[in-house]
Design a protein around this ligand. Structure first.
Ligand code: FPP
Length: 247
């Protein structure tokens, strides 16, 4: 029996977030340059998107480039940006054919102009799609996002649009990049690392965390389905005791 057959479609997470990790190690194991790892990671992106859409996940967020990634060697940063531009460009048709909407979160104005333009075009071209939302986290880090939200709230207080007493969790969420996106119930990280690494710190408060040894370029649909089966075998209490949790 495949993992896909074991999934209870009535208990699917609405939103799954993935830290795609291990491209560099995958390439090193094969004696290849790191960028070959990233290039092979694109097929895993396709697999994850297809798998999520196939079963009816509504939001899939992929950590494609962190704020910290800007510190990598210039050559690798440029190659990654080029890969992002070309992948986004070539996948727009497939996204539209499959009714998938593309969104992006992060400090997008820091992206090279061609990357930013390609991204905006793809976001516009897929804006009417309704089957699934694919969210790319680009030049993203959670601490940046939280500080950015605090600055905007401060500015709105200065302008007299807000009072300090108006600040609630709900209001704060509206200032995050993920304002209209539900919280992920499941976060997957590949490559055996067991950290959140500055990814969706606020939004992952109650998420189940799933870690697999698989390196990202080896990640396939069945690995995605396995993570969902594992998630469905857990019980989330949100601070309650078992008896308080409705079936
Ligand atoms: C982490 O592996 C991976 C990245 C920083 C980049 C991921 C990007 C892609 C797979 C291209 C995706 C394209 C789209 C359109 C989403 P690492 O380099 O940190 O690996 P290591 O930890 O083994 O060095």
């Amino acid at each position: 029996m495949s993992f896909k057959d074991k999934i209870d479609l009535n208990k699917l997470p609405k939103h799954i977030a993935i830290i795609m990790d291990g491209n560099g190690r995958w390439a090193k194991q094969k004696g290849e340059h790191r960028i070959i790892g990233h290039q092979n990671g694109v097929q895993s992106v396709r697999e994850a998107v297809e798998a999520a859409a196939e079963i009816g996940v509504q939001y899939l967020t992929l950590y494609a480039f962190s704020t910290e990634n800007w510190n990598r060697p210039k050559e690798e940063v440029m190659a990654l940006m080029q890969l992002l531009v070309s992948t986004i460009h070539s996948e727009v048709k497939t996204l539209n054919k499959n009714n998938i909407r593309l969104l992006a979160i992060g400090d997008l104005k820091n992206l090279p102009s061609d990357c930013f333009a390609e991204l905006q075009d793809a976001i516009k071209a897929t804006a009417q799609n309704t089957r699934m939302n694919l969210v790319l986290a680009l030049s993203y880090s959670s601490r940046w996002e939280i500080i950015n939200a605090v600055k905007q709230i401060g500015a709105d207080i200065e302008k007299g649009k807000l009072k300090i007493t108006d600040i609630t969790e709900h209001l704060f969420e509206n200032y995050l990049c993920t304002a209209s996106i539900p919280e992920p119930e499941l976060m997957i990280r590949t490559s055996g690392e067991r950290r959140i690494s500055n990814f969706l710190l606020w939004q992952l408060s109650y998420a189940e965390l799933y870690f697999t040894e698989k390196l990202w370029p080896d990640f396939r649909k069945e690995d995605f389905f396995e993570a969902i089966v594992d998630y469905q075998n857990r019980e989330s209490r949100f601070g309650k005791i078992s008896e308080q949790i409705e079936e």
